[in-house]
Design a protein around this ligand. Structure first.
Ligand code: NAI
Ligand code: MG
Length: 357
């Protein structure tokens, strides 16, 4: 029987459409050689260009239009002329929140030793999965701006940590660690954030009682940042809050080869709503339209999507092929020191993928 997956495409702005095209190419090739699966794609024209014409980033009933897809594949949004808080809040955050994508999965994996600026670190040293809380915490948007523009002006930005929200992300991380037989590290800051992070640490311990088989560590975020650089081998599965996760995964990108390679999945584990797969990078207006954007991050997102569809063999095959194309070195984009175009890299990628599968 053929399994059918419906994928909503939001290529977005700048290099978004360029890299999404290569990811879609990979899915289409898989469909060609694997008769057990088929993908259909529907493209949505939303993003900043749409905003400039229509005064909104996406249709008013966008979530209604997207809700029955199995996954959303997003390029990037953001463009000069549209304030970043609009493009981010009115599209990305709306989808993440509206579809309760409370798990942000960011692999920090070194694919080739030459990609890391860290001396004497190899692939075996940098291979972790950061699980970032994606629905509340420091990014809940709660707070107040009092006495605006007066001398006594005060602003409050409130971190929101609900029991439900904290428990479910931590439980998800324990499950992942158990399933893959890896250690679990919680990153928090209980010594300074005397409500939110003391609570976080407490929940980490409470839930941990149900997972006596999982070896755990708990680090303060400042120490963890140092270890990301000096001893990344300490980390296997990592769970952390929205803000801390945002920051440490950028360190993760830095130690594994930069933005052209970093990917992140926004998951609604219950599958009540579609999950969203996207490269971490933005629309890169400085190189947009030149055909030189690195599509590897977007292709890695496809690997995450395949894992999510429980096609782990294909997910693994895509990741292995990413390693191969980097090792081969002939078809890389300028950010990785090559002179191939986005499309040339994508074409070579599917050749290599099919060679083995
Ligand atoms: P950016 O990620 O777009 O670019 C940062 C630098 O990395 C640029 O020099 C760019 O050329 C390079 N770069 C990024 N992706 C690359 C790739 N695939 N291949 C080769 N080089 C790559 O971040 P920036 O410049 O801060 O933001 C540009 C726009 O993107 C802004 O409007 C911002 O709001 C938006 N943005 C959107 C995101 C999203 O849709 N998830 C995430 C981050 C930024
Ligand atoms: Mg970020």
């Amino acid at each position: 029987m053929t399994k059918q997956y419906r994928v909503a495409l939001i290529p977005g702005d700048g290099i978004g459409p360029e890299v999404v095209a290569e990811g879609v190419k990979v899915l289409k090739e898989i469909e060609k050689v694997d008769s057990t699966v088929s993908f259909s794609f529907t493209e949505f024209p939303w993003g900043c260009e749409y905003y400039l014409e229509n005064g909104k980033m996406m249709d008013d009933n966008a979530l209604e239009q997207l809700k029955d897809y199995d996954a959303i594949y997003l390029g990037a949004v953001g463009y000069p002329g549209v304030p970043d808080h609009i493009s981010l809040r009115d599209l990305l955050i709306k989808i993440r929140k509206g579809f309760d994508q409370y798990v942000n999965l960011r692999p920090v994996t070194l694919l080739h030793p030459e990609l890391t600026p860290l001396k004497s670190k190899a692939e075996k040293d940098i291979d972790m999965l950061v699980i970032r809380e994606n629905s509340e915490g420091e990014y809940a948007g709660a707070g107040e701006w009092l006495f605006k523009d007066k001398p006594e002006e005060v602003v409050l930005q409130t971190g929101v940590f609900s029991r439900k929200g904290t428990e479910r992300i931590i439980r998800h991380a324990y499950e992942e660690a158990r399933k893959t037989n890896r250690t679990l590290t919680s990153i928090s800051k209980g010594n300074a954030l005397n409500y939110s992070m003391v609570f976080w640490d407490q929940i980490f311990e409470e839930v941990g009682k149900e997972y006596p088989d999982v070896q755990t560590y708990s680090y303060l975020v400042d120490a963890a940042s140092l270890y990301f650089v000096s001893q990344p081998e300490r980390f296997e599965v990592v769970v952390t809050s929205n803000l801390f996760g945002d920051i440490v995964t950028d360190i993760g990108a830095a130690i594994t080869g930069g933005l052209g390679l970093a990917t992140g999945a926004n998951i609604n584990p219950e599958k009540k709503y579609p999950s969203m797969f996207e490269p971490v990078h933005g629309s890169a207006p400085d190189i947009a339209g030149k055909g030189v954007a690195n599509p590897i991050a977007a292709i890695w997102s496809v690997s995450q999507m395949l894992d999510f569809f429980e096609m782990e063999e294909w997910g693994e095959a895509v990741l292995t092929t990413i390693k191969k194309i980097i090792k081969e070195g002939t078809y890389l984009t300028p950010d990785l020191g090559g002179n191939a175009s986005t499309e040339e890299l994508g074409n070579r990628f599917v050749e290599l993928l099919l060679l083995e599968n």
